[in-house]
Design a protein around this ligand. Structure first.
Ligand SMILES: O=[N+]([O-])c1ccc(O[C@@H]2O[C@@H](CO)[C@H](O)[C@H]2O)cc1
Length: 512
């Protein structure tokens, strides 16, 4: 039988090393991400610091390497000094981004110590909405400074002697978005980011800076924004941010299943925009991408919009999207795109970690459980090791309303180990409603595929709660003891993919 698609791979053709920070996530002071999410002192599993053990354990199982904090839109009106020092002296404030009274029980020290205890790298954001250069530099000094200066000494007085050594810093959040508190145009933001970033690196030259790119590819200022902002900051920053959320709109399943091709085009366009600035500057420096918000989010179809939110005095159930098996297939496919851009995307954050558009859900005082989207992320974080290979996929395309022509099959392959003997991770997506045969072509390479994980899409609306999540898991997430291989010859291995599915397989390979 003629294969539906072919995937050509060879270890001599590599895209780049997979930075472990690709498996980051995000905890914002938003809804129940912090309070009754990672932190709930009254919970049965809470540790001595008030953080939920069950959530931390699921975070480890998810394979999250890094967590971005404290926002998001929240950071653009956050006064970090109000969140440090004795808890009893801290004052609540109205967070304007999500119209919620923030009690300031968890702040910089509590978050950074949680991340440290859990072995997770923190990624911090500074407020460039309502604040500026001085507050940003002070926060870097508070986190990373040694004894003998004002803000470092304040940290020490607050009980933390050792600097935290936070490496990754976001210069604000989505500053192009009209919804952002302290929204700016590209020139205003570019100049402020350049000055804030300069000051922050003068405090600690070892930090890496992320400048804000566009909030989405649909923003009117997209492209122009990237080039203007980088014209001010190119020599200073390390990364430019990308944010993208995908959803099924108007029952357009084909477009939704093609989301990862939309993400791929978005990445290529941001790379082109950044490289255009570099070319103009005759610079050999390459700006990389921090894809620090990505996920499925039913934003347009279900989210009421921040300005309509009633003022909340308790952690509220804001944007607690419930995910389906279909959403999980798309999340797996988005990870395929990220792997295929390993050379330009070293940092990414699944937005978010818990309760808010999240793979982990909790009930206050109750259980914590996995959403269907948990599974492709966990399997990819586990199996994608070493380098991403530069694979060549040939597959028929189909035309979608939102993304134009998209391939019916996508693939990523990773190779860890020696140049002539590697452990493989093979990630394959079938976007069609029929099973397909995919021929892996590996000339000169002896390849053995083992087991893995398969996720299939469903046709049912997702229902909130652990019982439905468990049902989706039972029916649509399968541990494969063996790869679904249907034929082999020297140099080819054919696998069969279920309809609308994401499959991850482990393998071993040696040069023949
Ligand atoms: O497209 N939009 O309308 C849109 C609106 C808000 C928005 O916010 C971003 O997503 C929020 C949730 O992760 C983060 O706090 C923020 O950075 C991201 C996109």
């Amino acid at each position: 039988m003629t294969p539906h698609a072919t995937v050509l791979l060879h270890p001599d053709f590599r895209t780049g090393a997979i930075d472990r920070r690709l498996f980051g996530s995000f905890v914002e002071h938003l809804g129940r991400a912090v309070y009754t999410g990672i932190y709930e002192p009254e919970h049965a599993t809470a540790d001595e610091h008030g953080f939920r053990r069950d959530v931390a354990d699921l975070t480890h199982e998810l394979g999250v390497t890094m967590v971005r904090y404290p926002g998001g839109n929240f950071v653009s009106n956050y006064v970090w000094e109000d969140g440090v020092g004795p808890v009893e002296d801290r004052k609540p404030f109205i967070d304007l981004a999500w119209r919620t009274v923030e009690p300031n029980l968890v702040g910089t020290d509590e978050f950074l110590q949680w991340a440290e205890r859990e072995g997770i790298e923190p990624m911090m954001a500074v407020n460039l909405g309502t604040r500026g250069v001085a507050a940003a530099a002070a926060l870097v000094e508070y986190c990373n400074g040694v004894a003998g200066s004002r803000w470092a000494d304040l940290r020490i007085a607050n009980g933390r002697e050792e600097p935290y050594g936070v490496t990754l810093w976001c210069l604000g959040n989505e500053m192009d978005g009209p919804w952002q508190i302290g929204h700016k145009d590209a020139h205003e933001y570019g100049k402020l980011a350049a000055e804030a970033g300069k000051a922050m690196k003068l405090v600690d030259p070892s930090i890496e800076l992320v400048v804000c790119g566009s909030s989405s590819m649909q923003m009117e200022t997209f492209g122009e924004w990237e080039q203007t902002v980088l014209s001010y900051t190119y020599d200073l920053v390390d990364h430019i941010s990308m944010h993208a959320y995908y959803e099924e709109l108007d029952g357009d399943r084909a477009s939704f299943l093609g989301s990862a091709t939309g993400m791929d085009r978005f990445i290529r366009r941001v790379v082109a925009s950044a490289d255009a600035v570099g070319a103009r500057k005759r610079s050999d420096k390459r700006i990389t991408i921090s894809f620090d918000e990505w996920n499925v989010w039913y934003l347009e179809s279900r989210f009421p919009g921040e300005t309509n939110l009633p003022l909340q005095h308790q952690p509220a159930r804001i944007i607690e999207d419930v995910y389906s098996g279909l959403d999980a297939v798309v999340v797996g496919d988005l990870l395929v795109t990220l792997l295929n851009h390993a050379d330009r995307v070293p940092v990414a954050c699944l937005a978010q970690l818990v309760n808010v558009i999240a793979p982990i859900m909790t009930e206050p005082g109750g259980e914590a459980w996995k959403q269907p989207t948990f599974h492709p992320f966990a399997a990819t974080a586990r199996l994608a090791q070493g380098d991403a290979l530069d694979v060549r996929v040939q597959a028929p395309t189909l035309t979608t309303r939102r993304h134009g022509d998209v391939p019916t099959v996508t693939a990523a392959v990773t190779w860890a180990g020696e140049p002539d003997a590697g452990e493989l991770g093979v990630f394959l997506v079938n976007r069609t409603a029929e099973p397909v045969e995919v021929e892996l072509r590996h000339p000169g390479v002896a390849l053995t595929l083992g087991g893995g994980v398969q996720v299939t899409a469903d046709h049912e609306p997702a229902v909130h709660g652990p019982a439905h999540a468990a049902k989706v898991e039972a029916e649509h997430v399968t541990t494969l003891d063996a790869a679904p291989v249907t034929a082999t010859t020297t140099g080819t291995t054919t696998v069969r993919l279920a309809p609308e599915s994401w499959t991850a397989l482990a393998g071993t390979a040696t040069l023949a």
